[in-house]
Design a protein around this ligand. Structure first.
Ligand SMILES: Nc1nc2c(c(=O)[nH]1)N[C@H]1C(S)=C(S)[C@@H](COP(=O)(O)O)O[C@H]1N2
Ligand SMILES: [Mo]
Length: 507
């Protein structure tokens, strides 16, 4: 008879393979029905339950890499439990099957109650399939692994190997089929969208908006490089044929608009810089794009806003809510239902088919991606996703500036040197940028041409580098005359503040 350890290993492997097969079947059913894969249902709940500081950490340290890690983490926990079930199941099969049932049930509960794009039974079907598959697979595995004194290995090795191989084939097959079949889902529908030439086009970006210093951010952020913040594990790939935007609440007339309806309306094209409230001083969560969209104010005017309303609660297809001051949508700034980003329909990651973009407000209070519902209401009557988690209800973007060049701890040659970067104060505009070397006086940087007050603005600064270690610090002043505050604040509750600096070695 083999030693005890290898007895346990085979039994544990059996449990893991049973769980893997069940999850793969659930994955397939999720793809077919559009319901949430139970792993993602749990993951979204983990995201929603994560306390603010954990979220801050995830956004800061992991960015969008937190999602594969979250999935992996959930699968590792599942694998450990399933392995234990396999081991226990050698002597007590009903316990192993019970564990499989409970794991499946957990997935079902999360799928049923969590935030999800799916409605109706579709949201439960993948979890139900996973549960049934888990129970059946675990039963097969533990039965095949039952100790049998008369067998040389202590169990029917041949039958066990056949069972786990069959499950492994089914699992891998279901997973691979799903990956292949869903590859490129929605691309065709997105490729068919033709965004008309906007009635009100943006003027070309002024040639001088981009400073000619290598290493500075590109003035227009390419879509593939644009930062991304959202709260789901699988980016929605909405078919415009199934999509509509409902405008309702404190309005005279409820509207339901299809993508075609929006594209038929007056379109405007604008350069607008988005910023995330989670951006740390000097951080990367800011990007500038050329958007095309329908003015929100036009739609509101048609719907007719009733007296007393002061807010809009918008909801994305996955159930995330965002609260925006009505005033920011009606005060003349270019708040839009955006349909295009940098010359193409919105990328899936950035909200296809339609998202909101509002100059001057952090994304979490304005930039709803995959928007499906737009309710005119009052702040006192609802609370939104992020404000439920400790962020401020209203959040205009704070004046900020960043040094892109030189990078921190870069080595710089002594003599004439250059620093450059970006500054932003959306919808107020940047009036001045100053740089200070060590504790010296504030000196004006040269501002690049302004595109609009809704975009960031680049700057460059010449200085004479003397040997040693030096610290460059930047600060901006907005067009209202407010100097960027040096007082440090963390991103929560309403955006980071403080001055960005970079330390360089001059030789
Ligand atoms: N549906 C949805 N929309 C969302 C979010 C989200 O999590 N879900 N995040 C918001 C936040 S916090 C920001 S900063 C912007 C980011 O937009 P981007 O990912 O296109 O850069 O989207 C906003 N819109
Ligand atoms: Mo954000």
């Amino acid at each position: 008879m083999r030693d005890k350890w290898s007895q346990h290993t085979t039994a544990a492997a059996g449990g893991v393979i049973a769980a893997g097969a069940a999850l793969s079947i659930g994955y397939l059913v999720a793809a077919v029905t559009g319901g949430p894969w139970p792993v993602d249902a749990v993951g979204v709940q983990v995201i929603d339950w994560a306390p603010g500081p954990v979220k801050d950490f995830a956004v800061r340290e992991l960015g969008t890499a937190d999602r594969p890690l979250l999935r992996l983490g959930i699968c590792v926990v599942l694998a450990l439990v399933a392995a234990a079930a396999g081991v226990v199941g050698r002597r007590r099969p009903p316990v192993a099957i019970g564990i499989a049932f409970l794991l499946g049930l957990t997935g079902l509960v999360f799928a049923g109650f969590g935030r999800s794009a799916a409605t109706g039974v579709e949201r439960l079907l993948p979890a139900i399939a996973t549960l049934v598959a888990a129970v059946v697979a675990m039963a097969l595995v533990v039965r095949a692994r039952t100790p049998q004194a008369e067998q040389p290995d202590g169990f029917d090795r041949r039958r066990f190997l056949l069972t786990v191989s069959a499950l492994a084939v089914v699992g891998t097959g279901a997973f691979a089929t799903t990956r292949i079949a869903t590859f490129g889902t929605g691309e065709a529908a997105r490729a068919k969208v033709r965004v008309p030439r906007p009635a009100d086009a943006a003027r070309p970006v002024p040639a001088g908006a981009q400073v000619d210093v290598p290493g500075v951010s590109r003035f227009v952020t390419p879509n593939s490089k644009f930062y991304r913040v959202d709260t789901l594990l699988e980016v929605p790939r909405i078919d415009p044929a199934d999509w509509e935007l409902r405008i309702h609440g404190m309005v005279g007339k409820e509207l339901r608009l299809s993508l075609a309806d929006l594209l038929d309306r007056r379109l405007i094209e604008r350069d607008i810089t988005l910023t995330c409230v989670s951006n740390e001083v000097g951080g990367p969560y800011v990007g500038n794009a050329r958007w095309i969209g329908v003015p929100v104010a036009d739609v509101l005017a048609e719907a007719g806003v009733r007296n007393g309303a002061d807010a809009v609660k918008s909801t994305s297809i996955d159930g995330l809510t965002i609260g925006t001051p009505l005033s920011a949508l009606t005060d003349g700034r270019d708040a839009i239902f955006a349909v295009a980003m940098n010359g193409e329909p919105l990328p899936f990651d950035h909200g296809f088919p339609v998202r909101m973009v509002v100059p001057g407000l952090y994304g979490y209070v304005s930039a709803t991606k995959w928007i499906v519902d737009f309710e005119v209401t009052r702040f006192q009557d609802f609370s939104a996703y992020w404000t439920d988690r400790g962020w401020a209800v209203e959040a205009p973007i704070k004046t900020a500036s960043r040094i892109d060049v030189p990078k921190g701890f870069a080595t710089v040659k002594a003599g004439p040197a250059i620093a450059a970067g970006v500054a932003w104060a959306q919808h107020r505009g940047i009036a001045k940028v100053e740089v200070r070397v060590d504790d010296g006086p504030w000196q004006p940087a040269v501002l690049a041409a302004e595109d609009t007050i809704d975009t960031w603005r680049q700057w460059r600064f010449r200085w004479t580098a003397t040997p040693g270690t030096h610290k460059l610090t930047v600060r901006a002043t907005d067009a209202d005359g407010n100097v960027q505050t040096a007082a440090p604040a963390p991103p929560r509750p309403n955006g980071s503040s403080g001055l960005h600096n970079t330390v360089v070695m001059v030789e």
